[in-house]
Write a protein that binds this ligand. Structure first.
Ligand SMILES: Cc1cc2nc3c(=O)[nH]c(=O)nc-3n(C[C@H](O)[C@H](O)[C@H](O)COP(=O)(O)O)c2cc1C
Length: 376
């Protein structure tokens, strides 16, 4: 099985299964000299971990991060960083019936068709637990970005058809983590939570839309043609399980607009070139233009539902039905927020390293200082 590695210069490889001994990430290409502690990783994993509220899966995992390599005296050495998270609350008993009956909407059938063997306990590599590695890697990327004044925000803007009102950046910062659905509009958050509870009582699930924004990205990030910043972001965000659509800026809404409406007028403010609107989502020609980078992802309703669905018994080769037990997220958007942030951070660090905007050796005092400024 290939496809477990992401990035060009800043590369992560995630490994491990939902019901195996552990999961983790190996980060290759991290600059040396970055101050990094387990707490830096843990604070992001704590935002991702299951069982945080009654609108997420009730699997209870501490998801404690342990750094195995690549950090010495509190700083990265430039060597591969390995981070392990051990699975603790594993209950595989409820997955036994999935051995021969693929879940509609999940990856069970395609894994079976491709490999002829699969870890039926919790979805194996297609489980959401794979995203612990992404979030751990993303925590390192975020730390690098913060030294360059780049902040990543993410919030749920729609859930089960309920739309949040348009919110400001300070509202996203202040409100998002204050409610279990991670919506920056407090009134909509209440309605969304009620929608999730209604879905639970109907043995069903609901999807939604999540917006991820990068602030402070300088102009010039992105490699044109095949590795355009928007193409890299679309691939990265679409690689997250359950994501079925990615928009950059106004996205699909551009299709019914005129050029005069969609184009972002260019102007000068305080001696700096800016655009007066940001319909392009901060990217033109695959290169950032200094405006906020804005992406939205469409997240499908959770496939594992306890409502009865049609499927097949692949051993007996006969039609059957399934009503899924086990612990599942009734709605994925609230849980995908830290994962989407991580993927945005990983893309930006990789592209900035490729463009020479991040040095391979970081000075703790001055992140902008390159190797030539170091005393050998
Ligand atoms: C954060 C997160 C949580 C998820 N939780 C569940 C879950 O509890 N149950 C489930 O069936 N799928 C869950 N999924 C979705 C599956 O991982 C995903 O649908 C599956 O891998 C198939 O991939 P696809 O939807 O991209 O085709 C979750 C995904 C993410 C990113």
């Amino acid at each position: 099985m290939s496809g477990n590695t992401f990035g060009t210069l800043f590369r992560i490889t995630t490994w491990g299964e939902s019901h195996g001994a552990a999961l983790g990430v190996t980060i290759d290409g991290c600059p040396a000299g970055l101050l990094l502690s387990e707490q830096d990783i843990q604070k992001e994993l704590d935002r991702r971990k299951p069982g945080q509220s009654d609108v997420t899966t009730q699997r209870k995992e501490e998801d404690l991060a342990e750094i195995l390599s690549g950090v010495f005296s509190g700083k990265t050495t430039g060597a591969p960083i390995s981070i392990i998270v051990r699975n603790k609350d594993v209950d595989s008993s409820r997955y036994e019936e999935l051995r021969n009956t693929p879940r509609p909407g999940h990856a069970d059938l395609t894994y079976e068709q491709k490999y002829g063997i699969r870890d039926h306990r919790g979805g194996g590599r297609s489980s959401a637990r794979e995203t612990t590695g992404r979030v751990a890697g993303g925590a390192v990327a975020k730390k690098i970005l913060s030294q360059h004044g780049i902040e990543i925000l993410c919030h749920v803007v729609e859930l089960g058809g309920i739309r949040a009102k348009k919110v400001s950046i300070p509202e996203i910062r202040e409100n998002t983590e204050n409610n279990p659905v991670r919506c920056a509009d407090p009134d909509a958050a209440v309605e969304m939570a009620a929608m999730i509870h209604a879905a639970i009582s109907e043995k069903d699930s609901v999807g939604g839309i999540v917006e991820v924004i990068a602030l402070g990205v300088p102009a010039g990030v992105g490699e044109p043609v095949f590795d355009k910043l928007d193409a890299a972001l679309a691939g990265a965000l679409m690689s997250i399980g359950a994501v079925k659509g990615v928009e950059i800026g106004l996205g699909f809404r551009c299709a019914c607009m005129k050029g005069s409406q969609f184009n972002d007028p260019i102007s000068i403010r305080d001696g700096k070139i800016i655009t007066l609107s940001n319909n392009a989502g901060g990217i033109l020609g695959g290169i950032s233009n200094g405006e906020p980078v804005v992406c939205r992802i469409a997240v499908k309703p959770t496939p594992s539902i306890s409502k009865e669905q049609h499927t097949v018994d692949i051993k007996e080769m006969k039609n059957t039905t399934i009503s899924i037990k086990g612990r599942h997220d009734p709605s994925i958007p609230p849980r995908i927020v830290p994962v989407a942030e991580a993927m945005m951070a990983l893309v930006l660090v990789d592209q900035m390293m490729r463009g020479g905007l991040i040095n391979p050796i970081i000075s703790a005092d001055n992140p902008e200082a390159g190797p030539e400024k170091r005393r050998l």
